[in-house]
Write a protein that binds this ligand. Structure first.
Ligand code: SAM
Length: 315
């Protein structure tokens, strides 16, 4: 017998350590304009720092790091010369891929196996959705026994406490709680000496949970989404942004903004410039890229959110 949370944790790890990049596309892989937009926002945040660090959680294929660094090297040369870029990723295969992709940034990018102290920004795209969730329903927790679902008492009293704090007690629906997200957030806050935490992911706010009566855990295989999850899939759960905000406060992280991906992209001049340029383009590549930017704005634009938190300084 294994809790769903432990089963998901094992499978996510196994998935990223064996396979990669065949079951889904992320925004940075759709188009470089995503990384340019993010680079613009990151630069605005750390412009005044003497020696800023950017720490990316879950670097995937290295596409995001490549676009962020390329943009900063070209458009913010002074900041680029002062910064250091870290990637934290638990997949040796993906780290290998990232190293190859980022060869030209040798001496600027470093890989870390655990969080390091940072003055700057810790950020991620589609990282928190990979962290495992506890699945609860009407006072019971989901376990698996020989592939069958079994509902039992909570594996830890923390679940009851978080359920109460989020106002989910008494809901007659599936509720997913990501204690791993809380623990990871705490570690981020502890390592953030000064600066910001920025999360891009798909997710919901506390009160929106009712839109997902059966929960949000899904698996991806070969670009198809499956609600009946199995081993060998890329397993994910929507991120509860209110949970990150609520517990962030305990760890000294103050929310500065929570906006849609669309607003985040459209408030970045480099993204808008690319959009304008591409809408005048008649080449097949230009037309294709324009449609990818529209995908980010339209089908991903509301589903994805961007949370920005600032570390409060000890007084
Ligand atoms: C969905 S991919 C996103 C990759 C990239 N950020 C992008 O947008 O293309 C998730 C990434 O996070 C890494 N990852 C997932 N869980 C992790 C964990 N607990 N610790 C470290 N890395 C993790 C995976 O290896 C993978 O690189």
């Amino acid at each position: 017998m294994i809790s769903f949370r432990d089963w998901m944790a094992q499978n996510v790890k196994k998935y990223y350590r064996s396979d990669f990049r065949k079951d889904f596309f992320t925004a940075p892989e759709l188009d470089r304009a995503f990384g340019y937009a993010l680079a613009h926002h990151l630069a605005e945040l750390v412009e005044g720092y003497e020696r800023p660090a950017l720490l990316e959680l879950g670097g995937g294929s290295g596409a995001l790091a490549y676009d962020v660094l390329s943009y900063l090297r070209k458009h913010r040369a002074d900041l680029y010369s002062r910064l250091v870029y870290y990637i934290l990723d638990f997949s040796p295969k993906l780290v290998e891929l990232q190293r190859r992709r980022l060869g030209e940034f040798q001496g600027k990018v470093f890989w870390v196996e655990s969080l390091v102290p940072v003055q700057g920004v810790v950020f991620s795209n589609e990282f928190f959705d990979c962290l495992p969730v506890h699945v609860l329903r009407e006072g019971k927790e989901l376990f698996l026994e020989n592939g069958k679902q079994v509902w039992r008492e909570f594996s830890t009293p923390r679940l009851g406490e978080v359920l109460r704090r989020m106002g989910y007690e008494g809901l007659s629906q599936t509720v997913e709680l990501c204690l791993d997200c809380i623990d990871f957030l705490q570690r981020v806050a502890e390592h953030l000496l000064k600066g910001y935490h920025l999360v891009v992911d798909y997710g919901y706010k506390a009160q929106e949970i009712k839109r997902f009566p059966e929960g949000t855990v899904v698996g991806y295989r070969l670009h198809r989404l499956h609600t009946k999850v199995q081993e060998g899939m890329d397993l994910t759960a929507h991120v509860n942004f209110s949970l990150l905000e609520e517990y962030g406060r305990d760890f000294g992280l103050e929310t500065l903004s929570l906006k849609s991906l669309r607003d985040f992209l459209l408030s970045a001049p480099p993204f808008v410039e690319e959009l304008e340029l591409l809408s005048r383009s008649e080449t097949p590549e230009g037309v294709e890229r324009l449609s990818r930017l529209k995908t980010m704005l339209v089908s991903m634009g509301d589903r994805f959110k961007v949370l920005l938190q600032r570390k409060l300084q000890d007084s």
